[in-house]
Each structure stands twice: as C-alpha cells, then as structure tokens.
Design a protein around this ligand. Sequence first.
Ligand code: SF4
Length: 62
Amino acid sequence: MKGLVDRNVCCSYGMCVEMIDEVFSFDDDDKLLVKDEIKPEWEERVRFACEQCPAQALSVED
Ligand code: SF4
C-alpha cells in the first residue's frame, strides 16, 4: 500500500502525524511527507488517518 497527499489542500494541521508518525512527518517547511512504503501493520491506522483528515488531503492506493 502507498499513501498519497494532495499538498494543494493539506493545511499542515498535523493530525495524521499525531496518529501515525511512522508514516507521516513534516519537512523543514511544514510540508507533509509520506513514507513511500507502508508496512501492513500500519495500514489500518493510515486508512483511519485518511478518513479523519480535515482537509481530505490523504488517500491510499493498493
Ligand atoms: S491531517 Fe490532513 S491536513 Fe492535516 S497534515 Fe495530515 S494531510 Fe495535512
């Protein structure tokens, strides 16, 4: 599974980073970074983070 972020709509609220910082983090300019390969044990939390993102900026592809 791969995580995708639409940086045009991400507002850097950081909710996804708080939920699973193994996958999501910010660079020095507060732009969201998403780990390329999402381990199976992270998938459930990543899907939940996608649902909860207030800007609907996150998605996943299998
Ligand atoms: S929760 Fe959504 S808006 Fe907030 S940092 Fe993550 S992707 Fe961006």
